[in-house]
Design a protein around this ligand. Structure first.
Ligand SMILES: *Cc1c(COP(=O)(O)O)cnc(C)c1O
Length: 432
C-alpha cells in the first residue's frame, strides 16, 4: 500500500512509521518534522553488508554516503552497524569525528578538496582519500610530506558508463567534473604519477556511475571496466591495486513507478564478474567498497507538515499550502522529483483528491509536487511526504529565514530527538 514497508495505518486511521503514530509525533515535536525509522536504516545497512558476506566472502566494506543525510547520530548508528562512511567535506569529517566515528573507516571524496580539508583529513587519519585530479594529487603529496604522513589513496576514475534512472549508455563520457577518464589515458597517467610519489600510498580505484539507478547491468559493466583498469595499472606501473570502490547510486521506490532491485542482487552479480575478471586477468580478487547513500536512508524517512490553507482555483488546480517546502525539501524545485503523499490523520480514507502541494516561500516554484493523489484535506490536517530520508534534511536551507525542522528517530516503537528544531536565535547567530 505504501512505498516503504515500515509505514502502516493504525486503528485511529493515522499513518504510522516503525509502529509509531505520526500524529503523536507531530503533536509532540511540532511540524515540519523529519522522521527517520532507525530500524529500517539498520536493516538496509545489513542488507548491503550481508550481501558482501554472502557473495564475496566478506572481503569488502559498506561505506554509507553521508551526504544523503548527515548529523552526529547517523554516524553513531553507522559505527554501531560496523560499517564505514563516505565523507565529502571538512564539515562531514568534523561531524563524524564529533560523533566518535573512527577516521580510518572514512572515504574522503570531492573534486576540489581544499588544502585545509586535506590537512585536516591527514591530521585526523582519514582511512582513504579518493583523489580526483592531478592538482589534488600534488597538493596531497606535499602536505603529507610536511606532516610526515603517507595516506592511502584511490583514484577516482571515469569508466565511461553513464547510468540514468531507467537506462544506461556506454558513452566513454569524459565530460564530467569528477575524476580521471580511462578513454583518454588520463587515468593511467595519474596512476603512474601517484605510484611514483613518495608520500601517498596508491591502493585502489573508485568509480560512481550515477544515482537512483534501477539496473544491475551498468554496475556489472563498471566492475568489468574497473578490473581492466586495475590490470592496465599493474602492467604499466607494477603496482597491483587492492581496493575496488564501486560507489553508490542504488535506486529506491519514491512512487509506484519505481521498481528497485533487491540490493543483494547487485553484489551477487558484481561479485561474480569481479572474480571472473580477476581470474582472466591474473589479478588478486580486490577488496570491494560500496557507497550506498539514498538506498540506506531514503526509504526510512518521511516529512510531516501541517496544512495551513486550501485554495481551489476552478478548472485549474487546488493548492494545499504547508508549513515547510523547498527550504526542507528542494528536490521538486531542483529536479521535479516525484513523491507519494498521505494525509497522516486521514490515512484510512480514499485518495480522491488531486492537489498541488505548495511550500510557504515567496517563490512560485516552491512546490513539493503537482498532480498528487491524496485524501481530501484542509487547514489543520497533517501531510506526510514519503521516502524523504535522503537529500532532504541534507539539502535544507534557511531561505526566507525559515528555520530548519527537527529530526526525530524512531526505534522499537519509541521516538527520540536527534536534531533540534532551529530557533530564531540560531538564525542570527552569525549576523554581526
Ligand atoms: C553521492 C555519492 C554516493 C551516494 O549516492 P547514492 O545515490 O545516494 O547512493 C556515493 N559515492 C559518491 C562518490 C557519491 O558522490
Amino acid at each position: 500500500m505504501f512505498v516503504s514497508k515500515n509505514l502502516a495505518v493504525n486503528q485511529q486511521g493515522h499513518l504510522t512509521i516503525g509502529g509509531v503514530d505520526t500524529i503523536d509525533l507531530a503533536n509532540e515535536y511540532g511540524t515540519p518534522l523529519y522522521v527517520v525509522d532507525e530500524d529500517l536504516v539498520r536493516e538496509n545497512c545489513r542488507l548491503f553488508k550481508d550481501s558482501i558476506d554472502r557473495y564475496y566472502g566478506g572481503r569488502g566494506l559498506v561505506c554509507y554516503a553521508s551526504k544523503a543525510f548527515c548529523c552526529k547520530e547517523i554516524y553513531r548508528v553507522m559505527e554501531d552497524e560496523q560499517i564505514g562512511v563516505d565523507v565529502v567535506s571538512i564539515g562531514e569529517i568534523y561531524t563524524a569525528l564529533a560523533a566518535g566515528f573512527p577516521a580510518e573507516k572514512m572515504c574522503f571524496h570531492g573534486n576540489n578538496k581544499t588544502a585545509g580539508e586535506l590537512y585536516y583529513a591527514l591530521e585526523n587519519g582519514v582511512g582513504r582519500i579518493i583523489v580526483d585530479n592531478l592538482n589534488e594529487l600534488e597538493r596531497l603529496n606535499a602536505l603529507a610530506a610536511e606532516q610526515g604522513k603517507r595516506p592511502n589513496i584511490l583514484l577516482r576514475v571515469k569508466p565511461g558508463i553513464d547510468a540514468h534512472t531507467h537506462s544506461f549508455i556506454r558513452t566513454g563520457q569524459i565530460d564530467s567534473k569528477f575524476g580521471f577518464a580511462i578513454e583518454t589515458g588520463e587515468a593511467l597517467e595519474a596512476a603512474k604519477e601517484a605510484s611514483a610519489m613518495e608520500h601517498v600510498n596508491l591502493v585502489g580505484a573508485h568509480c560512481h556511475i550515477g544515482s537512483q539507478i534501477f539496473d544491475i547491468d551498468p554496475f556489472v559493466l563498471a566492475a568489468e571496466v574497473m578490473m581492466g583498469y586495475i590490470a592496465a595499472v599493474k602492467k604499466e606501473t607494477g603496482v597491483e591495486l587492492t581496493d575496488l570502490n564501486l560507489g553508490g547510486g542504488f535506486g529506491i521506490k519514491y512512487t509506484d513507478e519505481d521498481h528497485p532491485v533487491p540490493y543483494d542482487r547487485y553484489m551477487e552479480q558484481v561479485s561474480a564478474k569481479v572474480k571472473e575478471e580477476a581470474a582472466r586477468l591474473g589479478l588478486k580478487v580486490p577488496f570491494i567498497l560500496l557507497e550506498p547513500g539514498r538506498s540506506i536512508i531514503g526509504p526510512a524517512g518521511i516529512t510531516l507538515y501541517t496544512v495551513g490553507a486550501r485554495k481551489e482555483i476552478p478548472d485549474i488546480r487546488t493548492y494545499l499550502s504547508i508549513d515547510g517546502g523547498m527550504t526542507d525539501n528542494p528536490r521538486y524545485a531542483l529536479y521535479q522529483s516525484k513523491y507519494d503523499v498521505v494525509l497522516a490523520n486521514k490515512a484510512n480514507q480514499p485518495k480522491d483528491d488531486i492537489i498541488t502541494l505548495a511550500g510557504k516561500c515567496c517563490e512560485s516554484g516552491d512546490l513539493i509536487g503537482e498532480g498528487l493523489k491524496i485524501q481530501r484535506g484542509d487547514a489543520g490536517d497533517i501531510v506526510a511526504v514519503l521516502a524523504t530520508g535522503a537529500y532532504n534534511y541534507a539539502m535544507s536551507s534557511n531561505y526566507n529565514r525559515v528555520t530548519k525542522p527537527a529530526v526525530v528517530f524512531v526505534r522499537n516503537g519509541q521516538s527520540r530527538l536527534v536534531v533540534k528544531r532551529e530557533t530564531l536565535e540560531d538564525l542570527v547567530r552569525n549576523d554581526l
